[in-house]
Write a protein of this length. Structure first.
Length: 448
């Protein structure tokens, strides 16, 4: 750089100005956060709650303990709302909503309020595969092209087992979320054009990597093997038999729209973040068939009660307060991330699997067995199921379930304890909620 005094003065002025702008932005951000991060539930015992029936005397003390746990979590994490359900020994014994389904309208969370379950959709799709395995229509070690010929052959063979175990290497270096949020898909195969031509990230079986694209392929395989639309098969073979009446998937059409609602005016730094970072990645916008861009809408039957979703105003910390999440359309993600449900419905689902009502016990065990890499290392993940060991009443207990994430942030947890006969589901309408900790604590309250 030249030693010209005038040029040095110019550079110094630029540095000072840039520093001033940065300080102003940081200061403004701090002021904004401090001014808007008031507790949503400063008195957790007074937070609204809705239940449809009193617990039986057998479970009243457990429910009292669980209510205290949930209210503490609602307030401690500064969440708008939570919904919880518990099943024991084949029966749904408790379901209750806490806090607000929508902060603007002050609509309370009820047991019937529907929540997006994000990547927990995989356990439902995994079960659909189980149904078709028992019918002999799917084989785990068949190459995926047997069922989905639209997916080109790759350097290495890719099987259904690879895809369900998240060890197939299907995906992109930039992640699986972004481009598909700008689209609407009628069928799982409609989404293939956005990723099918890419190379595998690694040889199947050598690494574990969560892959939403992989589960879109699994959904397409289910549709092909069933010779029926994927969502129709899910409804007729999974949801209806278990009376999961509040479970479904996002529709790509505009029929019976139940719009989340337009967000309030964003603070300047959030508007810039959306316009400069999220929108170029395709997050938060939807392309219509004409190619124009509009805001995505969440679709469900018009009578459905749904939770409005929020994200933390800063980092991934709900304690900084909520900001209304712009609606997204997840229809292209099919059985990887597109389902909505209630805790009660997912508890019914878990109880049915535990008692062999939907799948044979051996099939359920197959789906809930940890996979191994070619190195011999366990992944701690089954065929769509998270697996962990939880201490209940001082005893190590195996848990199978799902921690549902949307846009990479946790929104719900499902935990099934086959040995104990307990199933717990917890859902939140704030991204980055620690629902898994709440689910473990609630399960502990019901151990007898």
């Amino acid at each position: 750089m030249s030693n010209n005094p005038r040029r040095l003065q110019t550079w110094a002025a630029i540095v000072v100005a840039a520093g001033g702008v940065l300080a102003a932005v940081i200061g403004g951000l701090a002021i904004h956060l401090n001014a808007t991060a008031a507790p949503l539930h400063p008195q957790p015992e007074r937070a609204p709650s809705v239940t449809r029936s009193a617990p039986s005397p057998q479970w009243s003390r457990a429910v009292d303990r669980a209510r205290h746990i949930v209210r503490a979590g609602l307030s401690g994490q500064n969440l708008p709302g939570l919904s919880v359900a518990v099943g024991v020994a084949g029966d749904l014994v408790w379901a209750e909503g806490f806090g607000w389904a929508d902060l603007k309208t002050r609509a309370p969370v009820t047991p019937e309020t529907r929540f997006r379950i994000g990547t927990a959709s995989k356990v439902l799709t995994s079960t659909a595969v189980g149904v078709l395995l028992e019918k002999g229509r799917l084989q785990l070690d068949e190459q995926i092209q047997t069922y989905v010929p639209q997916f080109p052959k790759k350097r290495w063979p890719v099987t259904l087992r690879h895809l369900m175990g998240d060890v197939a290497g299907v995906g992109t270096d930039g992640g699986d979320e972004g481009p598909l949020l700008r689209q609407r898909c009628e069928r799982p195969v409609d989404a293939l054009r956005f990723f099918a031509d890419g190379e595998l990230l690694f040889e199947p079986g050598t690494q574990y990597r969560d892959s939403k694209y992989g589960w879109i392929l699994v959904s397409a395989a289910v549709e092909a093997a069933a010779d029926q639309r994927f969502l129709t098969f899910m409804r007729e073979q999974i949801f209806q038999p278990l009376a999961m009446n509040d479970t479904g998937a996002e529709s790509p059409t505009a029929e019976n729209p139940d719009h989340v609602g337009e967000p309030e005016e964003d603070p300047p730094f959030l508007t810039a973040f959306h316009d400069m970072i999220l929108e170029p990645l395709g997050i938060g916008v939807t392309k219509t068939t004409s190619g124009t861009v509009d805001r995505a809408t969440f679709y469900a039957p018009p009578t459905a009660s749904r939770a409005t979703f929020y994200f933390p105003k800063f980092r991934t910390e709900p304690r900084y307060g909520p900001h209304l999440m712009r609606p997204h359309n997840l229809s292209c993600y099919a059985g990887s991330m597109a389902f909505f449900s209630t805790p009660s419905d997912l508890v019914r689902f878990g109880l049915a699997l535990n008692r062999g009502k939907l799948l044979q016990p051996a099939t359920a065990q197959l789906l809930q067995t940890s996979q191994h890499l070619t190195s011999g290392q366990e992944t701690g993940y089954g065929l769509g199921w998270n697996l962990e060991t939880v201490t209940l009443a001082g005893e190590a207990t195996r848990a199978a379930g799902a921690n549902g994430e949307t846009l990479g942030c946790r929104v719900m947890s499902l935990m099934t304890f086959r040995k104990r006969g307990i199933v717990v589901a917890v859902m939140s309408n704030m991204l980055s909620s620690d629902t898994s900790a709440l689910a473990r604590q609630v399960a502990q309250a019901f151990v007898q």
